[in-house]
Design a binder for this molecule. Structure first.
Ligand code: HH2
Length: 283
């Protein structure tokens, strides 16, 4: 049974793991670029992820891999429009992965129920008012710099504390415009302006973010920090590392997991949840 919106927004209190399946309708995403640009392929992929236990399908039309080129709102809308209504018809809860209020607005009108903004409202000042007006849950993600430049020697004194401070600020900014705090989800932005050591520290210290009192989401899926640790496998062969990162984050209090490989991550988290429940019952 997939999770309701309320289940998702309460997941940090219940410990229920929520799976967000990635659907990139882009020609250039780092792991699945070009595979789902054809609408029928994208819809089939969504159908499969739902069958495998995805609670949310995250649709994005702009790659954010390091060095990627920007995509206009018109082009994003065009790509999203070919796929999103059909995915909504499958019964899925859809999130729109965009920094553009225009694209997010289009997606909400077409049936999306969550906005996933990797700029946490900094790129387009229209995002917070839009989320407030539509009472839409909003993912606020930390990113240092912009995708085209973000991996150029990022530096932090204390990465977890700095990411927490940024997210606390953006939570307050969103609240000020009328987005209720209980509609916000925070994300450390694994791979966005971070070196290997920063990604590892953030995954090890998810509890620092969980103390903000809203659900924590992580997106380590197939990312290059896994390749750096594990002999440089191609993206499709990074499942073991993806699962390890999700389990570590779950242990720290993250409950929402943005992944490409839904079935195995769902299975791993179901077992982790059962172990956690058994430990709680045994106390
Ligand atoms: N990662 C990517 C895109 N969107 N959103 C959130 N909230 N958290 C993430 O970690 C995150 C995200 C990048 O991954 P992917 O979509 O697979 O690749 P690309 O940006 O190349 O399309």
């Amino acid at each position: 049974m997939s999770a309701s919106l309320q289940d998702i927004l309460n997941s940090h209190k219940t410990g229920r793991p929520i799976i967000m399946g990635v659907l990139n309708v882009t020609p250039d995403s780092f792991s699945d670029g070009g595979r789902f640009l054809e609408p029928s392929h994208a819809i089939e992929a969504a159908r499969r992820m739902i069958a495998e236990g995805a609670d949310i399908i995250d649709i994005g039309a702009e790659s954010t891999r390091p060095g990627s080129a920007r995509v206009s709102a018109a082009e994003q809308t065009e790509r999203v429009g070919r796929v999103l209504p059909e995915v909504v018809r499958l019964g899925a809860l859809v999130s729109i992965d965009t920094t553009s209020a225009e694209v997010a607005h289009f997606a909400l009108e077409a049936g999306a129920g969550i906005i996933n903004d990797i700029s946490a409202g900094r790129e387009d000042a229209g995002i917070f008012p839009l989320a407030a007006e539509h009472a839409t849950p909003l993912v606020l993600m930390h990113m240092r710099g912009e995708p085209c430049t973000m991996q150029q020697s990022p530096q932090y004194a204390d990465v977890a504390a700095e990411v927490r401070a940024f997210l606390a600020e953006q939570l307050a900014a969103a609240e000020k415009v009328g987005v209720p705090r209980q509609y916000c989800i925070v994300d450390p932005g694994i791979g966005f302006g971070k070196l290997l050591e920063h990604n590892l520290a953030l995954l090890a210290k998810v509890d620092t973010l969980a103390s903000l009192g809203v659900p924590v989401m992580v997106g380590p899926s197939r990312k290059s920090f896994i390749a750096k640790l594990a002999g440089d496998p191609p993206p499709a062969e990074r499942l073991g590392g993806t699962i390890a990162a999700c389990l570590a984050a779950y242990r720290g209090g993250a409950t929402i997991f943005r992944v490409h490989d839904v079935a195995p991550v769902r299975q791993a988290l179901t077992v982790a949840q059962a172990i956690r429940n058994s430990a709680a019952g045994a106390r």
